[in-house]
Design a binder for this molecule. Structure first.
Ligand code: FAD
Ligand code: SF4
Length: 636
């Protein structure tokens, strides 16, 4: 397909200028360092943009230009500085969703690049640290991960080394099969994770962390691209799927083994050393949520996690400095390697090789050492398993010409919202476990709350206000708390499609009913914050950025529409669902892809429905179960 303009490789001069003008207006100097004069926000963004995929750069350039031009009658970057501040304040209160969305885009780019600077962090008093408590963990061998030659042979090739790929690799390697795990991303561990979260996203996240489901609202969905997959940068919270959901999988979708996962959950909990947190060690953010919930009589408890040696630092999304969190690269993958599996990092599977209706291997690409990529061919004599996650699997299947109409459909996201709060007392949320206390009082209505405090660079975008009001809240950052709302999506759904460039496009439609559930969850989180003594609450609703005690009844009497909510997602699921009914499920109940022999899927994409709880443990249990079924069939 021809393009009118070549693919952009970085932000242009004009966009850098607009971003610079925006940053100067947001941070003109004073108690916090001046943007541009002291902190080079636009240069930092421009440098970062060189590492982004061209589609993301194009999207960003369009957004920044639209922002500049829509400040009609004069472009934002041409306005005198005092007029710029007035304009941002007007847009922050605007009734028009496109004005608020463009403002949010600029605020996000500015915040990420301003707040990552050490001088700003010092001025704010933010000292997130992850120190080793006790002896360093022993390194478990993963073998030589660099691909050599032009390819290699195996019995079973697994695409993806995350929760699903690692768990099925253990089952198959321990059954004596010759397993090769192909991972598109690089390998990193506690000695190499960068301290800067923006740098971590650029190196280890798909699309540098800028994967977005387009819709009203559009929803960012970060996921990792590295050895160990998203388990390396996740929050380490461990839940089993509920019996009610698994029973639905069995009855509605014909997944006969869905109620037989207990032994796989037990095994996963043992492998990942899962245990409940203790109230005393949650950190103040979690303790305040616990206190608020208790005061209201809402049921909750400290979360179960897979990070026994965690010393609490809220740095999980950039990789745990201790590898205290038992992600796949320090748990299942070493076990698979001990059983004979090989891992290759930096190998992206582009297509499944299908001959006479049977999967025979994979066409892949690997770095050629000179900045380009070269071909790498894998021959798999017994099976190919896609475990690339809810984006990587439909991407691979669609690229390989798998024609089932439901490939890429039924994507579920657990739409999530942060609800921040400001207290009169110190919270210092970064001195705590990142995700610490869960409230399941409204779980049967599909709403869960989880106290979650994210690194500073990701918080600036959701702190309300612009210019001096935003700066004031940054200066109060040690008094800010954050709680997460997560909704089980039943009537909302999304789709993963293939773009002309062979990479995915994601869309998602949030239903009215589920927008109301998010609003309900936000109201409950606000109530909990007020019960814990918060002065003000940030519901992240357009046109309603701050709630004070007494505002809740009005908030609930006119709940925000979906397009007014600011939603994120961390749990994509179900884009290639499993089921007995061939007309709705591209994957059969044994994990096989319908219509192609020898091709299987084992990751979050096979979930027939949304889960309602954090999915990692269920991905592992399902993959282990499918692994056992497959091992019986393939060995011998
Ligand atoms: C910030 C964040 C926090 C989270 N916190 C939690 C939590 O606390 N608890 C919880 O239960 N869940 C959490 N999750 C979700 C959880 O980590 C995922 O649900 C889980 O890891 C999904 O497993 P998966 O195997 O489907 O995919 P992933 O773990 O994402 O692994 C897929 C892997 O496949 C690779 N891949 C994809 N395509 C290809 C290709 N073509 N070639 C080669 N390799 C490929 C990718 O690079 C990736 O490494 C969180 C997610 C995020 C983003
Ligand atoms: S909070 Fe996260 S990153 Fe910090 S020690 Fe605990 S598990 Fe590791």
């Amino acid at each position: 397909m021809h393009r009118l303009l070549p693919d952009p490789v970085e932000l242009g001069v004009r966009e850098t200028e607009v971003l610079g003008a925006f940053a100067q207006t947001m941070a003109p100097g004073g108690a916090l360092p001046a943007a541009e004069a002291e902190i080079p926000v636009s240069t930092s963004m421009s440098e970062l943009s060189r590492r982004l995929p061209s589609r993301q750069i194009r999207f960003m350039r369009l957004g920044i230009r639209a922002f500049d031009w829509l400040c009609f009658p004069r472009r934002f970057s041409r306005l005198p500085s005092e007029r710029r501040g007035e304009l941002l304040e007007r847009w922050a209160r605007s009734r028009w969703p496109h004005q608020r969305e463009l403002l949010m885009l600029l605020k996000t780019l500015y915040s990420l690049n301003y707040l990552r600077d050490e001088r700003v962090r010092t001025a704010i008093g933010y000292e997130a640290r992850c120190e080793v408590d006790g002896p360093e963990p022993a390194d478990l061998p993963l073998g030589e991960m660099t691909p050599t030659e032009d390819g290699e042979d195996c019995e079973v090739a697994i695409v993806g080394s995350g929760a699903g790929g690692a768990a099925i690799a253990v089952a198959l390697a321990e059954a004596g099969l010759d397993v090769l795990i192909l991972e598109a991303g690089p390998y990193a561990n506690r000695n190499t994770y960068p301290a800067d979260p923006v740098e971590a996203s650029a190196r280890y996240y798909r699309d540098s962390g800028l994967t977005v489901a387009v819709g009203l609202p559009s929803i960012p969905i970060p996921s990792a691209r590295m050895v160990g997959g998203t388990t390396v940068i996740n929050s380490g919270t461990c839940f089993r799927a509920t019996d009610a959901i698994l029973e639905r999988w069995r009855v509605e979708f014909g997944v006969g083994w869905a109620r037989d996962l207990d032994e796989h959950f037990e095994e996963a909990e043992r492998m990942l050393e899962v245990r409940p947190l203790e109230l005393e060690t949650l950190g103040r953010n979690g303790q305040l949520v616990a206190a608020g919930a208790t005061a209201l009589g809402a049921h909750g408890e400290p979360l179960h996690r897979n990070a026994g040696r965690c010393v609490q630092c809220s740095a999980c999304p950039q990789g745990c400095r201790l590898d205290a969190k038992k992600a796949m690269h320090v748990s299942y993958l070493p076990r698979a390697v001990a059983a004979g599996a090989r891992i290759r990092a930096g190998v992206e599977a582009r297509r499944v090789v299908i001959e006479a209706g049977r999967a025979r291997g994979l066409e892949c690409v690997v770095p050629d050492g000179g900045g380009g990529r070269r071909a790498y061919r894998v021959h798999a004599s017994k099976a190919v398993i896609s475990a690339g996650g809810s984006f990587g699997t439909p991407e691979l299947l669609l690229r390989s010409g798998i024609e089932h109409p439901a490939v890429g459909r039924n994507l579920r996201l657990h739409p999530s919202a942060w609800v921040g709060a400001r207290f009169g007392e110190p919270v210092r949320g970064w001195e705590g476990v990142m995700q610490s206390y869960g409230i399941d009082q409204w779980a049967d209505q599909g709403v869960m709350l989880e106290a979650t405090f994210t690194p500073l660079a990701y918080c600036g975008q959701w702190l309300p206000g612009v210019t001096s009001e935003h700066q004031e809240r940054l200066l109060d950052f040690d008094r800010i708390g954050s709680n997460g709302v997560q909704v089980r999506d039943e009537t909302s759904s999304g789709r993963v499609k293939l773009g002309a460039d062979g990479t995915i496009r994601v869309g998602y439609r949030l239903s009215k009913g589920e927008a109301r559930k998010v609003a309900f969850g936000i109201a409950r989180a606000a109530e909990i914050w007020f019960a814990a003594g918060a002065e003000e609450v940030y519901p992240q609703v357009s046109g309603n950025p701050i709630l004070r005690r007494g505002d809740l009844a009005a908030f609930e009497s006119r709940p925000p529409a979906g397009r007014e909510l600011r939603i994120e997602s961390f749990h994509p699921m179900g884009s290639c669902r499993i089921g007995a009914d061939a007309s709705i499920a591209p994957i059969d109940t044994d994990g096989s892809v319908r219509g192609v022999a020898g091709l299987y899927v084992a990751d979050a994409s096979v979930f027939p429905t949304s889960l309602g709880v954090n999915p990692m443990m269920t991905v592992i249990a399902v993959a282990a179960r499918l692994g056992r079924l497959l091992a019986g069939r393939l060995s011998g």
